[in-house]
Ligand binder design. Structure first.
Ligand code: ZN
Ligand code: CU
Length: 492
């Protein structure tokens, strides 16, 4: 008689590749998927635990490709916002900001403050960060990008200028140390003041070591407003120069004058994909969130304040309301609120739907775990795609929704043997109820666990069940997988 740790029986298996759901029983042993058979095919097996998944969907655990969980995986290793969604792997270090390798001279510059205050930055090398993750033992696996802005801040006296040749060389040396220790690639956040004055050549030079390591380049582009196509071209040029795949982060058409241009923007990706690997991620909401940027306080959209260091009492109010209360302009109110966080009502729903449904698009939450009134994407992004977009509004088939959060993501980022329910793969698994799955987090009440996520296994260990964590924490640092390099190319 064959033995295993866990049997999951009666499930509708959605394997992550986009293939149609089929009834399957699955066996897990020592953290791996060891058998996948038609119903009853594993009746001769004995298991320490059997999970009845009849009427439910079994899928690969979701991969959150766009997170700012760098310090959160260490400080709050239960990772409630993510494990409750069925997320089993997070990729940290997006938008040019990473917790490592970092040596601060004072307070973290905007937007590195999204990751915490100065005390949160304790990892002068990437190897130190990897050790800290493994010591913390979060519930989820952690892959990591290295932030361009973080590297700039290590070596530059001021960030409102281009890096010198020597400074770029010093940044490159740190990036190489990180790549040697399994970092997935380089991220940039060129829209932010802390990187906006970095010329394209600076990023291109920094990106040169990526190809040899089989790593990739992700970017929060220089602009998501009217000049978005130029910003996309700039991103593609980095990819061509360094001969690496490019991922455009949280792709969106921001600002009312830009609404409706998603067709054009996606066309640009399609045309470019013929010549080089390019993809994107997005979150399923028509509002964005970050630190409060005075350049975006233009009066043509609503902006909700989520936190403010000098005026915490204004959290939850529109900047317009704050300005009225203080009898000042919105710009002046914005200045007085700084440093602050904001939700920008700056996208059209049609654009969100078009970008989310495009086959090149992965799902990434872009959640901000240190925000006291976080954008609901932190707790809701994945179930919202499954419930609201796939089921309730029939935007995409459920199998395609799952592919965007599993196999597509694993192949692109070089996460070996994850992202599919496949023989021999790591047993990162989620069972959810396709009728009930939905996001519960709202802008008013954002810290709420999703409904319909029944069970989550990470590396074969049952971690979440019946709306509660089991206490087990089986996540680990995941290094870039060299074996999947060819795969990664194919996936674009
Ligand atoms: Zn970003
Ligand atoms: Cu981000």
């Amino acid at each position: 008689m064959e033995k295993c740790d866990t049997l999951i029986v009666g499930a509708r298996l959605i394997d992550g590749t986009g293939a149609p759901a089929v009834l399957r029983d699955v066996a897990v042993r020592d953290g791996r998927i060891v058998a996948i058979e038609a119903p009853g095919g594993l009746s001769g097996w004995s298991a320490d635990a059997t999970f009845d998944a009849e009427g439910k969907v079994l899928a690969p655990g979701f991969i959150d490709v766009h997170t700012h969980d760098d310090t959160h995986v260490i400080r709050s290793p239960q990772m409630m916002p993510k494990i409750t969604q069925g997320v089993t792997t997070v990729i940290v270090g997006n938008c040019g900001i990473s917790a490592s390798p970092v040596t601060l001279k004072g307070d973290p510059p905007d937007p590195m403050n999204l990751l915490g205050d100065a005390a949160a930055f304790r990892y002068p090398t990437f190897a130190a960060y990897v050790d800290a993750v493994n010591e913390a033992q979060p519930t989820v696996n952690v892959g990591a990008l290295i932030g361009h802005t973080a590297l700039r801040n290590n070596h530059m006296d001021r960030l409102d200028r281009a890096a010198s040749g020597d400074e770029v060389a010093a940044m490159r040396a740190q990036l190489e140390e990180a790549l040697d220790n399994g970092a997935l690639g380089l991220s940039s956040g060129l829209a932010y003041g802390s990187a906006f004055n970095a010329p394209p050549e600076e990023v291109q030079a920094l990106a040169e070591p990526l190809a040899k390591a089989g790593a990739l380049y992700t970017t929060h582009m220089r602009t998501e407003f009217d000049a978005i196509l130029d910003a996309m071209d700039e991103a593609y040029r980095v990819g061509r120069h360094a001969r690496v795949p490019v991922v455009i982060s949280h792709l969106k058409c921001a600002g009312p004058s830009n609404w409706g241009r998603s067709t054009e923007v996606l066309k640009s990706i399609e045309t470019t994909r013929d010549g080089q690997p390019v993809g994107c991620d997005c979150y399923p909401y028509n509002r964005s969130s970050s630190t409060l940027d005075l350049k975006q306080v233009t009066g043509d959209i609503d902006i909700t304040i989520t936190w403010s260091t000098p005026h915490p009492e204004m959290a939850g109010k529109l900047i317009r309301e704050v300005a009225d209360e203080w009898q000042v302009s919105q710009q002046e109110a914005g200045k007085r609120l700084q440093p602050a966080g904001a939700v920008y009502h700056n996208m059209s729903e049609d654009d969100v739907r078009r970008i989310l449904s495009h086959p090149a698009t992965m799902v990434g939450s872009d959640g901000l775990p240190n925000d006291p009134l976080p954008h609901p994407r932190l707790w809701g992004a994945f179930p919202r795609v499954l419930g609201h977009y796939a089921r309730d509004t029939a935007l995409i088939p459920l199998e395609e929704a799952v592919r965007k959060m599993t196999s597509l993501s694993a192949r692109r980022f070089g996460l070996t043997e994850r992202g599919e329910v496949k023989l021999g793969y790591h047993a990162d698994l989620v069972v959810f109820d396709p009728e009930r799955v939905r996001d519960a987090a709202t802008f008013a009440e954002p810290q709420q666990a999703a409904d319909g996520i029944d069970a989550v296994w990470v590396n074969g260990v049952l971690t979440y069940r019946e709306r509660a964590v089991t206490g087990a924490r089986a996540g680990r640092f995941v290094a870039r997988g060299s074996a999947s390099r060819l795969d990664a190319q194919g996936a674009f």
